[in-house]
Design a protein around this ligand. Structure first.
Ligand code: UD1
Length: 340
């Protein structure tokens, strides 16, 4: 059996491909390299000693996608391929809807026609907006997302729910909290393209001297130290959750619709200042920072209730923030050596 992994050379995708290969799945990657690089494929091979099939094309190209399904016995899909920059999504809404939703629908057309089940979707805790209560469990009401990016995630979930119900298929909607870190081999990680928007890549580049100072967006939030709180989950733990979610779907032999929803986080919130301090301690480096105004659209606090994933997937994240941040620094060193 083969698993189609779209966006399999991207950040979370590449870590998941490694875990799938380690668990003896055949992997077929489709990735258009719009936000990833080819050397990641070679590095996946070095880590696992296995060679995934790779097709470099845009999933909007239906005829090429059909050929992949003709050529391989695809038994499931993990769909990472999507544009994910929140700010850019506000400036280019039509492109975001086209890219994130057309690619999803094209895969579902193939699934529908060929009778394939087992679809895992990369969703985000952004679908909850600023939840009224912490921690956030899967029954927490969804709020209209602030960004077009967030809307594509919510729409993707709805499309997949309708797909599962109408055709009696199995889907898993994985709502990630804040993924961080890199593989312990330091051969794959989050590739910084341009100026990072997310906290940990910015911290990494500031410690490395690529950026002068980290701007901390707001220290007047109603939290313990005034900075905003998130649930930072180590990317390798997150990748393992995909394998667990896939196994669960595949073991379910019933012919009824299954719509699994899982929050994937650690269950623990950390503030921006805590992340900065943990990075400094873990790696014995300094991260210069300044306090700035709040960033528009940011929420105060989000962390997950992960009981459902623990119970139903027998999965939990047990990597500490400091351990995860150590891998970030090793990855930065690898990138630096690669460029010199
Ligand atoms: C962001 C997106 C979210 C997306 C997620 C993917 C926004 C508003 N939200 O989440 O939709 O699913 O990335 O990873 O963009 N921070 C700083 N200085 C920085 C960068 C960040 O202080 O230079 C703070 C932010 O204000 C926030 C925290 O660090 O409080 C985490 O920020 P970030 O890594 O961007 O993640 P989210 O905003 O939670």
């Amino acid at each position: 059996m083969a698993i189609l992994v779209t966006g399999g050379l991207g950040y979370i995708g590449s870590h998941t491909v490694v875990e799938l290969l380690n668990n003896n799945y055949e992997v077929v990657i489709v990735d258009d390299l719009s936000n990833s690089e080819k050397f990641i494929l070679k590095n996946i091979e070095e880590i696992t000693g296995k060679k995934p099939v790779f097709y470099p094309f845009d999933l909007k190209r239906k005829e090429l996608l059909a050929q992949v399904f003709d050529a391989h016995p695809i038994d499931g899909c993990i769909n990472f391929a999507a544009s994910k920059a929140v700010g850019e999504s506000q400036l280019k809404p039509v492109d975001y809807y086209e890219n994130n939703l057309f690619s999803l629908i094209n895969i579902l057309q193939e699934f529908k026609q060929r009778g394939i089940s087992n679809f895992i979707f990369s969703s985000s805790c952004t679908v909850y907006g600023q939840a009224d209560q912490m921690p956030i469990d899967e029954n927490t009401p969804l709020k209209m997302p602030e960004s077009v990016y967030g809307k594509t995630k919510q729409m993707g979930e709805e499309i997949l729910t309708d797909f599962a119900k109408a055709y009696h298929r199995k889907v898993s909607l994985l709502r990630y909290f804040n993924p961080i870190g890199a593989h312990p081999s330091a051969k794959i990680g989050e590739l910084p393209i341009g100026i990072p928007n997310n906290l940990v890549p910015y911290v990494m580049q500031t410690a490395a001297g690529v950026r002068e100072k980290l701007s901390i967006w707001g220290d007047d939030y109603p939290t313990e130290d005034g900075t905003a709180v998130r649930d930072y989950i180590y990317v390798v733990d997150l990748a393992k959750a995909h394998v667990a979610a896939l196994k669960k779907l595949m073991e379910d032999e019933s012919n009824v619709a299954t719509i699994d929803i899982f929050n994937l986080g650690t269950g623990k919130g950390s503030s921006v200042l805590e992340v900065v301090k943990a990075f400094e301690t873990a790696n014995d480096v300094k991260v210069p920072y300044q306090i700035c105004d709040r960033r528009e659209g940011d929420i105060t606090i989000a962390f997950a209730n992960v009981d459902k994933a623990k119970e139903e997937l027998q999965w939990k994240s047990d990597t500490s923030l400091e351990e995860a941040l150590k891998t970030v620094w090793e990855w930065q060193k690898y990138l630096k050596n690669r460029n010199t």
